[in-house]
Design a protein around this ligand. Structure first.
Ligand code: ADP
Length: 302
């Protein structure tokens, strides 16, 4: 991460890092920090960036048995610099990295066989081999009566036309119990611009729960017969990276524990808000004790 504000990386500049990262890794780390059993299917290179991620996930209690360590590819990485308006410039090395080579392995199969829920990150659709992994994971978990959540954080360009990515997207959408879109992802997912109509369309297509992430405006949940909104906690935003992932992980974990949608949303908002106050994508993950304390401290300000 650049420590200066500006456009891109066309000149030498001070950086801070490396930080463990990647949307699916942030998500699973947050689930683990909340004390739930969770594992990730991924791949890293046999280099310090890869081991940094594995060691952090392991330390926080995530199952890392299905992270392949590839000898021939570097760990995926991203360099980010913030512009004056808060937008971000990235240099990515993902497609040609180890994470671009994720595929089904015996270890991944063993992890799937133990799972009662699968969370799908839309960003993974850019990876060629991911389709088979997702199909197998979803079929296996659903056959055991498990559930599926889906964060449709897919680049719009990837879904253009009727290519492989769009087909995969529709396949996951058709079996999703819980959907966690943010911003324009709702209309891209539903194919409908207006918010209410988009939500209603998704619910009528079989999604049981739609949760909208609204950044500093909080979040909302929609079920067939219930709905609610939770305003965001008032915090000073230092780094928005990872907020949506920590939010989603917390909501899914709370619902799996049997908490109500309203109570789950409150915990998720707290997790998202805590994340934006820390620099580094995975540095703001929370335990339940930290969330309870945060909610207590911010009770009068919301
Ligand atoms: P995404 O990163 O997926 O776009 P959001 O930016 O909407 O997701 O963030 C997810 C959640 O984190 C929000 O719904 C909100 O609860 C919390 N959050 C995000 N930004 C802020 C902020 N500046 N202040 C307080 N809470 C925030």
């Amino acid at each position: 991460m650049s420590t200066s504000v500006g456009n891109g990386f066309l000149e030498p500049m001070p950086l801070v890092g490396p930080f463990p990262s990647g949307a699916p890794a942030i998500f699973i780390d947050q689930v683990a920090r909340l004390g739930s059993e969770a594992g990730i299917i991924s791949a890293v290179g046999d280099d310090d960036f890869g081991w940094l991620n594995i060691e952090r996930l392991k330390r926080d209690g995530a199952d890392v048995s299905a992270i392949a360590v590839l000898a021939e590819a570097p760990t995926g990485s991203a360099f980010v610099r913030y512009r004056a308006d808060g937008a971000r410039d990235f240099v990515f090395n993902i497609a040609r990295s180890a994470s671009g080579q994720i595929e089904m392995t015996d270890a991944a199969r063993a992890l799937i066989a133990r799972a009662g829920h699968v969370h799908v990150m839309g960003s993974a659709f850019a990876i060629g081999g991911i389709g088979r992994v997702l199909s197998e994971a979803v079929a296996s978990v659903k056959a055991r009566g498990g559930t599926v959540s889906f964060d449709p954080n897919v680049r719009k360009e990837l879904l253009a036309g009727q290519g492989e990515a769009r087909a995969r997207f529709e396949e996951i959408l058709a079996v999703s119990d819980l959907l966690l879109p943010s911003g324009e992802e709702l209309s891209v997912t539903a194919g409908i611009d207006e918010e209410k109509a988009a939500v209603q369309s998704l619910l009528s297509r079989g999604v049981k729960e739609v949760v909208l992430k609204r950044g500093a405006a909080g979040s909302s949940f929609y079920l067939q017969n219930d709905r609610g909104h939770c305003p965001a906690f008032k915090v000073e935003e230092l780094d928005p990276t990872g907020a949506g992932d920590c939010f989603g992980a917390t909501y899914v974990t709370c619902r799996r524990k049997g908490l109500s949608p309203a109570s789950s949303l409150r915990y998720a908002n707290a997790a998202g808000a805590r994340t934006v106050t820390r620099q580094g994508p995975m540095e703001g993950v929370s335990t339940f004790a930290e969330l309870d304390q945060f909610i207590e401290e911010h009770r009068l300000e919301t």
